[in-house]
Design a protein around this ligand. Sequence first.
Ligand SMILES: Cc1cc2nc3c(=O)[nH]c(=O)nc-3n(C[C@H](O)[C@H](O)[C@H](O)COP(=O)(O)O)c2cc1C
Length: 208
Amino acid sequence: MKRLGLILFTIIITTILSAQDIQLPKPTRTGGMPLMEALDARKSDRAFSDKELSDQTLSDLLWAAWGFNREDKRTAPSSRNRQEIDVYVSLQKGLYLYDAKNNVLKQISKEDIRSTTGVIQQLFVKNAPVNLIYVSNKNKITGKSEEDLIAATYANTGFISQNVYLFCASEGLNTVVRAMFDKEKLAKKMNLGKDQIVTLTQTVGYPK
Ligand SMILES: Cc1cc2nc3c(=O)[nH]c(=O)nc-3n(C[C@H](O)[C@H](O)[C@H](O)COP(=O)(O)O)c2cc1C
């Protein structure tokens, strides 16, 4: 009986996690810098070491950004609680989608698309270890004009981005949020659907 349970468990886990997905360790939901000190240290930086973030730091970063801090609600607010933003993570080893419920990075492709998340004038983008890509699923927002929808979804993105800024300040990481990138080119590279738009991108890494 025990053995059957173990086999079933293994089958379920392997089905949920395809080979290249990354199961992140549990996020650390305590500690960090006092809030006022993190606000005092918050800033944009544009020089990054190519040192990779550990899975634990990635997990903590993503939880701070847009994880669940209650059963079905998150660390950032969203207009009418539509939670329409997805956070994609562009690493050297590929492109991943943050599945906050399961704390998994789901592999979307094995391609290194970091350079496409920025512009040629911002060379740091392509070598920084992490570029977050905020994608709005516009079809999750209903009953708003296109103009109001765009305003709401950018506001929602801003809250997530500020969470990342504060986490980075607390952890001694560098970060900068970015609007300068070719939206169409990036959407194509990511294979996004017609109802998905990239709102902003954000680079994260250790100071150079
Ligand atoms: C919506 C938005 C878009 C931005 N886009 C870029 C960008 O494409 N490239 C960049 O280097 N910085 C970008 N920034 C960062 C700003 O330049 C930066 O926040 C500003 O200079 C103030 O510096 P601070 O963040 O250190 O206070 C952006 C900031 C925001 C809020």
